[in-house]
Design a protein around this ligand. Structure first.
Ligand code: APR
Length: 234
């Protein structure tokens, strides 16, 4: 049985119409990371940060999973149905829900989820589809202490124990659409490469490209479905 860990980044959702973070049209060309994506930025101006994420959340209503998300969901489906002798775990840095909407279930959102908020008083992480503002009360404890359920710079990504275990046990590690500059995700290829094969799908070689055994350049909606098809055809 083949055990695959797929790490996805903003590039896999780019062809669905979501902006990536870096590169020419990247989100971080318009906003300073320190204003939006840090606990200090949120403490300084929670309204600004809430509005930024409200905008992203509203934008999700207008986009759909693409062929790359769907191909990964199909692979998991074949694993569940027993038509592919393998196991797939998706570890995503993305806060969008396009993997889930494509049908993926075995997925870890290491940087949190746009469709949830987190209460800093009681720890609840309710699903959230509307706008969230600094005065919005927590549905559980009613205090106005909600924040986006997103992991910011300086915070520890979610589920690291489970991710480390999966990396340690996998036979193949695949990175799709990530620039490879944000740790700890950028270090996964090094961890996996001690025992597993490694592959990168991206538009251009990522920062850690030299560590991958194989690189496939091109738009994820073209390259990923072909790879899944070949894998399923054994
Ligand atoms: N197909 C494949 N790859 C693509 C596509 C595409 N259609 N479009 C863009 N890419 C590639 C780019 O070449 C780039 O290497 O996707 C990568 C996107 O990189 P980033 O914008 O840096 O996104 P990501 O790596 O996910 O960022 C990591 O940074 O700000 C934080 O928390 C945020 O999770 C995010 C983290």
């Amino acid at each position: 049985m083949q055990r695959i860990v797929v790490l996805t980044g903003a590039g896999i959702s780019q062809e669905s119409g979501l902006q990536t973070f870096r590169g020419e049209d990247g989100l971080w060309n318009h906003e300073r990371i320190s204003d939006i994506c840090t606990p200090e930025g949120f403490a300084r101006d929670p309204l600004r940060v809430d509005r930024f994420y409200n905008g992203l959340r509203a934008g999700l209503a207008h986009v759909h999973p693409n062929a790359a998300h769907k191909a990964l969901a199909r692979l998991e489906e074949c694993s569940s149905a027993g038509t592919w002798d393998g196991e797939l775990l998706i570890v995503t840095q993305n806060i969008d829900d396009l993997h889930e909407r494509a049908g993926s279930r075995n997925i870890i959102h290491m940087h949190g989820e746009l469709m949830r908020v987190r209460c800093t008083s009681c720890g609840a992480t309710p699903p959230w589809h509307a706008d969230c503002l600094p005065q919005t009360p927590c549905p559980t404890c009613h205090r106005p202490t909600l924040r986006p359920d997103v992991v910011w710079f300086g915070e520890i990504p979610y589920h690291m124990d489970r991710i480390e275990r999966a990396l340690h046990q996998c036979d193949l590690f695949v990175a799709i659409g990530t620039s490879g500059v944000v740790y700890p995700a950028a270090g996964f290829v090094q961890q996996a490469s001690t025992h597993a094969e490694t592959m990168e799908f991206n538009m251009e070689p990522s920062a850690g490209n030299a560590l991958f055994d194989q690189t496939i350049l091109g738009p994820a909606t073209k390259t990923v479905p072909l790879w899944v098809r070949d894998l399923l055809n054994g």
